[in-house]
Write a protein that binds this ligand. Structure first.
Ligand code: SAM
Length: 311
């Protein structure tokens, strides 16, 4: 359905847990063990209600979604909801090699893997875990399962891992992977520090061998290609090029709140009406219709911890 600004909302980002097995500094999180989570049945009921409103694409996220023992069952239930055409998952990749096969069998179409460095010491410094090898083997498992899409998402922080950009880009030369850079958002003290933000225009200047793809794909990323590359390079630029005017997303948080805009503090609790089809349908209508026009990162509005919201 459309919101009051005429934007067609057809993409649901569904957080299945606040728990995470990493503590990335820019995310604002320490490892979190909050278990106030929707059950598989609640998640399915929400997915059904959203599908009736025209949601066609769902992304499971968190926290770290693969921490949930029942993640493949959740994926299968959501994928089987009438109207859901595509199901994706976003993960830090730590548990991916163990779970890639079950996710593929459950009907997951694509996997986004967060990875900000290819240096194992730096990985440990950024995430608090000695996990790079596990993530790399998770990427290989995802590739061998032949998901329709395997992507790497990277956040660069100046003077920490911005020197890793080139090595990350080269992953798209060597493997059939899209590597995407997401501009740092204000979800932590680090994210609020403008000096640490590495913008898309800055990266494009640094890598002049990238040329823009002619075909514009639906979604937040702008894609670039380079000669001899198997995959593409994408840029998601919420800071340097606000894309709220074409935002098609809505979010469900792990505890059952609906959040219509990532960069806005409004969230509506619907957990007590999840199994009341009529009430839930009405509530979703109101929430989608009143989706805020845009985020307010640039006004210094502060939001804590993306892993609690659902990245
Ligand atoms: N645990 C999963 C993962 O690592 O992909 C899903 C949740 S995580 C919060 C989702 C994405 O948000 C990750 O790619 C992470 O890099 C990104 N992220 C976290 N904090 C951010 C920030 N301050 N600015 C931009 N992206 C951020």
């Amino acid at each position: 359905m459309k919101d009051k600004f005429g934007r067609e909302i057809n993409y649901l980002r569904l957080s299945v847990t606040k728990r995470c097995n990493l503590s990335c500094s820019y995310c604002g999180g320490k490892k979190n063990s909050d278990t106030a989570e929707l059950t598989k049945e609640e998640i399915t009921a929400l997915a059904e209600a959203f599908a009736e409103k025209g949601i066609k694409k769902v992304r499971l996220t968190g926290g770290e979604p693969l921490i949930r023992e029942d993640i493949a069952d959740i994926a299968e239930a959501v994928k089987n909801v009438k109207g859901i055409e595509a199901l994706y998952i976003t993960t830090n990749g730590i548990l991916l090699s163990e779970k890639a096969k079950a996710l593929k069998e459950a009907g997951v179409d694509g996997v986004n893997i967060s990875l900000d460095t290819l240096d194992s010491e730096m990985y440990k410094a950024l995430t608090g875990e000695d996990g790079l090898e596990r993530v790399l083997s998770g990427i290989e498992s995802a590739l061998s399962e032949n998901f329709k899409r395997v992507r790497i998402n990277s956040v660069l922080v100046r003077n920490k891992n911005d020197g890793e950009a080139e090595r990350l880009i080269l992953l798209a030369r060597d493997k059939k992977i899209d590597v995407r850079f997401i501009e740092l958002m204000p979800f932590s003290a680090q994210g609020e520090n403008e000096k640490l933000l590495v913008t898309t225009p800055e990266l494009l200047e640094r890598f002049p061998f990238l040329s823009p793809e002619e075909r514009k794909e639906e979604g937040a990323a702008e894609y670039y290609t380079a000669e001899g590359f198997s995959g593409r390079i994408g840029f998601i630029s919420p800071r340097s090029a606000k894309f709220c005017g074409s935002c098609n997303r809505i979010r469900v948080l792990a505890d059952g709140k609906i959040k219509p805009c990532l960069g806005n503090s409004i969230a509506y609790d619907v957990r007590d009406i999840i199994f009341d089809k009529e009430k839930l349908s009405q509530r979703i209508d109101e929430i989608i219709f009143n989706k805020p026009a845009s985020h307010h990162f640039e006004d210094g509005e502060k939001f804590r911890n993306l892993s609690l919201i659902g990245g």
